[in-house]
Design a binder for this molecule. Structure first.
Ligand code: RAT
Ligand code: ZN
Length: 416
């Protein structure tokens, strides 16, 4: 006999279910340990996360030159002093550090960065991965793997044996966003006969490049981040490569194409990685891609709040679109709450509410803790509405729904 959930126990049941569900994190910038120094972890990395670097310049009396000339520990000291001691750490990125330290059992009352450093200095990376995955209740993470990256490429070419909890995604930004300046030359350097005119030969060589890397990485998807002015179709090298290379290869290998739209790169280059901005996109690009390619599978997340409602409506029209995550500037509690409600109301359970975008291993802890809190809250409201309408809900049904949201939908989308 299945356990029917009453209003009295709804909240605690949903929270317990969401809290205990192991997550598949479909977009991160983490790496398995065989990538060596590419896997970032520890308190100095946490505090110098680029989201926090953008914030420190607003409050500290430091020039860009002075900051970038500092060693990482000095940067961390400055950020800690400025954003955590001289001000209360209320921003989401600051709160993330606080949550992470707390969940790892560190003494927040001391505010003693030195003692936090000592804790991390005693950890071994392989064991620390286990601790973080355990505390965050993460089953697996999808990395962002860039075959154009000179640090990363040799590791793949050396026929790596990775940790299966770290899955791969083939990131192709240089091919689509910088073909003339970077992509074309790099491909030629890798031994692919490419030219700037994108001749027939060149297009077939780009397809060969993609096939080779799909064979090597076995990626869960191919991904690109795109500016708000992205158009499709587009009379440009990007438009041509998408049409002639990405879409046919995506279909042939059943590897979805993930579009992350809305980032304006280097709005303030002085901030380096922290210098990117956001603007609203024209989503006819996505509608065109979806309607012209009904057999292709697309994953999409958008950076602008103003695009989120439209995206849900597009999702209703095209089952070959899987909407995922509250990306980057969207990953703040007030917006996650709003977007998650919007998605449940327009798409039901057929979406992936969140990814972490973690760049530092330890961030899995706070990103998922904060997201789970909101997902639970929204689900409680939605189930309560159903109970109020007279619909009966069982514990198993709640478990089924939560499993779909936090992993099952992604796996099913990949397998279809
Ligand atoms: O969220 C981030 O850390 C950004 O800097 C980007 O990496 C973004 O998520 C991306 O994947 O382009
Ligand atoms: Zn990312």
């Amino acid at each position: 006999m299945q356990k029917i959930i009453s209003s009295q126990v709804l909240r605690e049941t949903v929270i317990a279910t969401v809290e205990s569900q192991q997550v598949t994190d479909i977009h991160t910038h983490l790496f398995s340990p065989d990538f060596g120094g590419l896997l970032l972890w520890g308190v100095d990395e946490l505090i110098t996360y680029h989201y926090l670097i953008a914030e420190v310049f607003r409050s500290a009396d430091v020039s860009y030159e002075e900051f970038w000339a500092m060693a990482k520990t000095e940067q961390a000291d400055l950020i800690w002093q400025t954003l955590f001691i001289q001000n209360s750490p209320v921003s989401e990125s600051c709160r993330g550090v606080v949550t992470t330290l707390k969940e790892l059992g560190l003494d927040l009352a001391s505010r003693d960065l030195r003692s936090y450093r000592e804790y991390f200095a005693c950890q071994k990376v392989e064991e620390f991965i286990d601790i973080v995955f355990d505390v965050a209740r993460v089953k697996s993470v999808v990395m962002t793997n860039d075959p154009f990256d000179p640090m990363e490429q040799p590791i793949w070419l050396a026929d790596r044996k990775g940790d299966p909890r770290f899955r791969s995604a083939l990131r192709i930004d240089p091919l689509l966003n910088d073909y003339a300046e970077v992509g074309c030359d790099k491909l030629s350097g890798f031994g692919y006969e490419t030219d700037l005119d994108l001749s027939k030969k060149s297009l077939s060589e780009i397809r060969r490049f993609l096939s080779d890397w799909i064979g090597r990485m076995k990626p869960n998807y191919m991904a690109v981040s795109l500016p708000p002015e992205f158009k499709y179709p587009e009379n440009s090298s990007r438009g041509k490569v998408i049409k002639e290379c990405i879409l046919p290869i995506s279909l042939e290998y059943n590897v979805p194409f993930a579009l992350m739209i809305g980032v304006t790169r280097a709005v303030n280059p002085e901030l380096r990685m922290a210098g990117d901005g956001v603007a609203k996109a024209d989503l006819s690009c996505l509608e065109n891609l979806l309607s012209e390619n009904p057999k292709n599978k697309f994953l999409t997340t958008l950076l602008s709040r103003e695009n989120q409602h439209e995206l849900c409506v597009i999702g209703r029209k095209f089952p070959n679109l899987m909407i995922f995550g509250c990306w980057w500037f969207m990953n703040n509690p007030s917006l996650v709450d709003e977007i998650t409600r919007e998605r449940l109301e327009l798409l039901g359970l057929s979406m992936i509410p969140q990814h972490s975008d973690a760049r530092i291993l330890d961030q899995l802890i706070y990103k998922w803790k904060h997201s789970r809190q909101i997902i639970s809250k929204v689900l409680v409201d939605k189930y309560q509405d159903l109970l109020d309408s007279g619909w009966l809900i069982t514990q198993d049904e709640i478990g089924r729904d939560v499993e779909a949201l936090l992993g099952g939908n992604f796996e099913k989308f990949l397998q279809n």
